[in-house]
Design a protein around this ligand. Structure first.
Ligand SMILES: Nc1nc2c(c(=O)[nH]1)N[C@H]1C(S)=C(S)[C@@H](COP(=O)(O)OP(=O)(O)OC[C@H]3O[C@@H](n4cnc5c(=O)[nH]c(N)nc54)[C@H](O)[C@@H]3O)O[C@H]1N2
Ligand SMILES: Nc1nc2c(c(=O)[nH]1)N[C@H]1C(S)=C(S)[C@@H](COP(=O)(O)OP(=O)(O)OC[C@H]3O[C@@H](n4cnc5c(=O)[nH]c(N)nc54)[C@H](O)[C@@H]3O)O[C@H]1N2
Ligand code: SF4
Ligand SMILES: [Mo]
Length: 687
């Protein structure tokens, strides 16, 4: 029976970053149900299980609703005023004792991609430190940099619905991006061919027309092999290559050795499948989407493998083509970063010297180097950190070191809703607004839609990110950088240059269409004397002068992953980690009975042949050891087509069997500093 006081509010889901349109039902001030908004063009009324779980997530059960301060007797509740006063005083003390750069912030996946992230960047720079860390330097930044090096922007918003051939490289949208899957399936209904390139028979691979089951970390060889075939079979777009690219001759020469036979040997994929993939791509160009996921970037050769995929787009002119790699027009709202005004690079941002590309492209400091810096004080003391919406003890590699480093800080503040493995280590835990308790501008470039997420209710004493940063800044000497009285005032200011008012945006609960979809914008730009693409040369860069000047190879050269190139008898198995399960989100959603019913515990996915060799069956416990550490975990013997023999998979985010205790913080992609989280060399022993 429905309560007569039932209200419905339309907003966007933020249980993941996909921002589906939702209806939130409230009774007596409490969220009682969430379902899909049928009119929202992104998800058309459909939600994944996490969307509905939002009800459990925001519920005030075991949620932290009062500031907690760590004392000798554990955590005690204190007032918000006291917490803010003490945090501000400690920050001032650190500044006087060690200098401003000893303080840092770390934004997590829960508050990324929009104004919350920029607020943290602004805050730490206004305070005087360049040390901004985030989950992104082990998330999409590898893809972002890889694509940006080639094309000056990345491939996050492809034109799936109009595509004739979608190639998914190490990405599994049915679990990771459910609503994107709708667009992919719409294209399939219209005759689009789906090619899945994955080390596992993933959910999308099961829906595909062609499945290339690659050995982990060998995607670059597939990409170069495809390019060779496109060139040999005259399937490239010669006019585009001539007019809009640089480095073609060198690339064409380089890919010559990637014969189908060589690619088969490197990747384990039958040469007939490589030839078929190249044929489909060549025949259907330029309406081809190459979409890259996490599968490519958590490797030592991640960036170059992503660059190689981007080069395919360059050869077939798929950039900004209808049905290809759409390059969105921005909404034009204001930004909050103050890098121009206060770059602070003279203060030596952590990791910038080791990974200049990461800093140049993203102004990200290197999270793994941060742990070493905290423990060694080299090159300078790093003593304070505010972590917001992240749980790095579960999500960063070498968790033991992460926990040790974070525990040794003089000030650790966690902005959270729940007690986590990371907030447990904090001096202060500050209860934070959920996505239904704050309001932010969200832009969906692929559909050219802007949205305002709605603050549906507030909880006494629970601040949104803006209010918290505002209150700290005003207790210190940089309140001028946070002049807006509250989030609403901030949103008005952000919107000003767009000409769209807050009221207008609020009215368009199904998305405000701020620009039409327009293709091949580079042609118009070239005509007007502008740079067609946002690279140093203004062209698609098969070779990068920028990388060459930094001492890297100019071509996206392929090298075999170390478990293939230098097999180690002691660690004979390759472990991939982090394959998404739709109900979990990194470390989240393990505290709800509903999700644990579906998958109650961590598992290592093992091929039947390997299981037999190890003498294990599903449910047995094994010890999994890498050069970093060991974990005990239950076995799940999967079907023989699901994973390759010699390859295993563990999804991260489990406290009891935390796979990041065995992933590497000491093996990196040399260009962007991404850690080795896939193709980790391990041994497995029955317990
Ligand atoms: N439910 C849920 N959804 C999520 C998340 C979550 O935690 N849970 N996280 C979100 C975030 S932050 C991100 S970054 C995205 C990631 O989005 P995706 O990248 O689409 O995520 P995955 O499902 O891990 O897909 C990666 C695929 O790569 C495969 N793979 C592993 N190694 C290799 C390799 O070397 N080569 C190839 N070709 N394939 C390989 C894996 O088997 C897996 O199927 O997901 C987002 N969506
Ligand atoms: N081994 C392995 N490790 C991985 C990956 C992998 O593939 N393999 N993937 C990596 C990737 S791609 C990513 S993005 C990272 C993500 O790593 P994290 O950024 O650490 O992400 P979460 O574990 O989702 O942590 C988010 C935290 O924010 C809290 N939270 C939720 N909503 C809010 C909110 O509105 N406000 C605030 N203040 N807090 C909130 C949640 O309770 C949760 O504890 O993990 C990485 N770790
Ligand atoms: S895909 Fe699921 S969790 Fe993500 S926004 Fe949509 S409903 Fe929410
Ligand atoms: Mo991510």
């Amino acid at each position: 029976m429905t309560n007569k006081n039932r209200e419905v509010h339309k907003t966007l889901c933020r249980m993941c970053d996909d921002h589906c349109g939702i209806n939130v039902y409230m009774e007596d001030g409490k969220v009682v149900d969430i379902d899909g908004n049928n009119d929202h063009p992104w998800n058309n009324g459909r939600l994944c299980v996490k969307g509905r779980l939002g009800v459990d997530f925001v519920k005030q059960g075991d949620r932290i609703l009062k500031p907690l301060k760590k004392t000798e007797n554990g955590f005690v509740e204190i007032s918000l005023e006291q917490a803010l006063d003490e945090i501000a005083a400690k920050m001032q003390e650190l500044k006087e004792k060690y200098g401003a750069r000893s303080m840092s912030v770390w934004k997590g996946e829960a508050i990324g991609f929009a104004q919350q992230e920029e607020l943290y960047r602004r805050f730490i720079h206004a305070y005087g430190s360049p040390n901004y860390f985030s989950n992104d330097s082990e998330c999409f930044v590898g893809r972002w940099i890889g694509y940006s090096l080639v094309a000056g922007s990345w491939m996050s918003q492809p034109d799936f619905v109009n595509s004739k051939c979608i190639v998914l490289w190490g990405a599994n949208p049915p679990h990771a991006h459910p609503n994107m899957t709708q667009d992919i399936m719409k294209a399939k209904e219209n005759g689009c061919k789906i090619i899945a390139i994955d080390s596992r028979l993933s959910a999308i691979a099961r829906q595909s027309d062609l499945f290339l089951q690659v050995k982990p970390g060998t995607d670059g060889a597939v990409a170069h092999g495809i390019m060779k075939l496109l060139i040999d079979n005259n399937m490239i777009n010669e006019d585009f290559v001539k007019e809009y690219t640089v480095g073609y001759e060198k690339l064409a020469e380089y890919v010559k050795t990637f014969t189908p036979e060589f690619v088969e040997e490197q990747t384990g994929v039958a040469k007939e499948l490589i030839i078929e993939a190249a044929r489909l791509i060549g025949e259907r160009a330029p309406a081809v989407v190459n979409y890259v996921g996490n599968g490519l970037e958590h490797h030592e050769n991640g960036i170059n493998n992503v660059r190689a995929v981007a080069c395919i787009d360059g050869l077939i002119a798929a950039f900004d083509a209808k049905g290809g790699n759409y390059m969105p027009i921005g909404f034009g709202a204001r930004g909050l970063c103050i890098y121009d005004e206060k770059p602070l690079t003279e203060l030596n941002p952590i990791g910038r010297d080791k990974f200049p590309v990461l800093y140049d492209f993203r102004e990200e400091c290197h999270t793994m180097t941060a742990m070493d810096t905290i423990l060694s004080e080299d090159p300078y003391p790093l003593k304070g950190m505010i972590i917001a919406g992240a749980n790095p003890v579960l999500t960063n590699p070498n968790s033991e070191k992460v926990a040790k480093a974070l525990s040794s800080l003089e000030l650790l503040v966690s902005r959270e809703l729940y007690m986590t493995e990371t907030s447990e280590l904090a001096h202060y835990i500050i209860p934070s607004a959920s996505y239904l308790e704050r309001s932010e501008i969200h832009c969906h470039g692929g559909k050219q839609l802007a949205n305002l997420t709605k603050r549906i209710y507030t909880i006494d004493g629970v601040q949104d990110e803006y209010q918290f940063l505002h209150d700290i800044a005003h207790r210190l000497d940089f309140g001028d950088y946070f002049p807006w009285e509250n989030e609403t005032e901030l949103n008005k200011w952000l919107l000003e240059p767009t000409g769209v008012t807050l009221e207008e945006l609020e009215k368009h609960v199904d998305g405000y269409k701020y620009a039409p979809m327009t293709y091949n914008k580079y042609e118009e730009k070239a005509k007007n004397g502008q740079k067609p693409f946002n690279t140093p040369t203004g062209k698609i860069e098969f070779t990068s002068e920028y990388l060459k000047d930094l001492g890297y190879e100019e071509l996206p050269e392929y090298f075999a992953p170390r478990y293939v190139a230098e097999p180690d008898e002691e660690f004979p198995i390759a472990l991939i980690t982090g394959a998404r399960k739709v109900m979990f989100y990194h470390g989240r959603n393990r505290n709800f009975a509903r999700t644990l019913t579906a998958i109650p515990k961590a598992e290592i996915e093992v091929h039947p042949v390997d299981a037999e060799k190890l003498g294990v069956v599903t449910g047995d416990m094994v010890k999994v050891t890498s050069k970093i550490g060991s974990i005990d975990i239950a076995v799940n013997v999967v079907s023989e087509t699901e994973i390759l023999p010699g390859v295993t998979q563990i999804t991260h985010g489990w406290k009891e069997a935390n796979v990041n205790e065995i992933t590497h913080d000491d093996i990196f992609d040399p260009i962007d500093g991404f850690p080795l989280m896939k193709a980790v060399q391990i041994k497995v022993e029955k317990i």
